[in-house]
Design a protein around this ligand. Structure first.
Ligand SMILES: [Zn+2]
Length: 251
């Protein structure tokens, strides 16, 4: 094979590879808990639709998304920010520079780099429908002065699964907010001892607990208190600090 033929062959091969990856992402329905270190970023892929709940602190979310989104897709349809702390919203600007963010839901103030038409302040509850997926965004508390307890929590409901993303709310708030029938719980506040109380799971018992947490973080997350509560209820625990990125197929 001469050089030109070899070059054409390699270009053709890489195009084919890109096409296969793109077709694969178009047919997938999954949730990915990105490994963004200490923070949270949850990516939903439903065919050509993508949603991201929180961005984590920095550009690590971009490499996570890049692995799952089609090479030809430069739009993230829905971005939800739970609250304005760096471990949850720190990469929003860099995300907006790499992708077109069709719509962002979050707390005030509106980020200056987003247009009015791109941003909705979550004041109570917003519900989004996308084929078989229903996304409910709910401001956890209207009255709390705590930025964590007034975060936006998110429920992802499919015909077979209910995923509750609890941001950094405390264990007391969780009990009344987590839907009955939740299958996957993102454990509040990275597994902080304030995120799960012994009675937090009395009303709804998830079948899987996911903890989005950085390895060797200085907060001591996840706490042994939170882990003990989950273990006592025989709930399997998946952790981004020990397992890296966590991907779950949805249906
Ligand atoms: Zn946090």
């Amino acid at each position: 094979m001469n050089l030109n033929k070899k070059t054409v062959f390699l270009i053709g091969l890489s195009c084919l590879f890109t096409l296969i990856l793109s077709v694969r992402s178009l047919s997938s329905f999954k949730v990915v808990f990105c490994d963004v270190g200490q923070g949270a970023a949850t990516f939903i892929q439903l065919g050509s639709y993508q949603a991201l709940i929180d961005t984590g602190p920095d550009g690590r979310v971009l490499s996570c998304i890049g692995k799952h989104i089609s090479y030809f897709d430069h739009t993230i349809e829905t971005v939800i920010i739970s609250h304005n702390q760096k471990d949850h919203n720190g990469a929003l600007l860099s995300l907006s520079q790499k992708y077109h963010l069709a719509h962002v839901y979050g707390p005030a103030p509106q980020p200056p780099f987003l247009d009015d038409s791109q941003f909705t302040e979550v004041k109570d509850t917003d519900i989004l429908y996308q084929n078989s997926l229903t996304i409910t965004i709910h401001k956890a508390s209207q009255s709390s002065s705590s930025i964590n307890d007034s975060a936006n929590v998110v429920t992802l409901k499919t015909p077979h699964q209910t995923i509750f993303l609890s941001s950094d709310i405390s264990g007391g708030e969780l009990k009344g907010l987590m839907p009955i029938g939740t299958t996957i719980l993102e454990v509040p506040h990275h597994g902080s001892k304030y995120g799960l109380f012994p009675d937090s799971l009395d009303l709804a018992l998830p079948t899987l607990a996911v903890i989005s947490v950085g390895a060797r973080n200085t907060y001591g997350h996840p706490s042994h208190e939170a882990l003990d509560i989950l273990k006592a209820k025989n709930i399997p625990i998946w952790r981004t600090d020990t397992q890296g990125e966590l991907e779950i197929n949805l249906r």
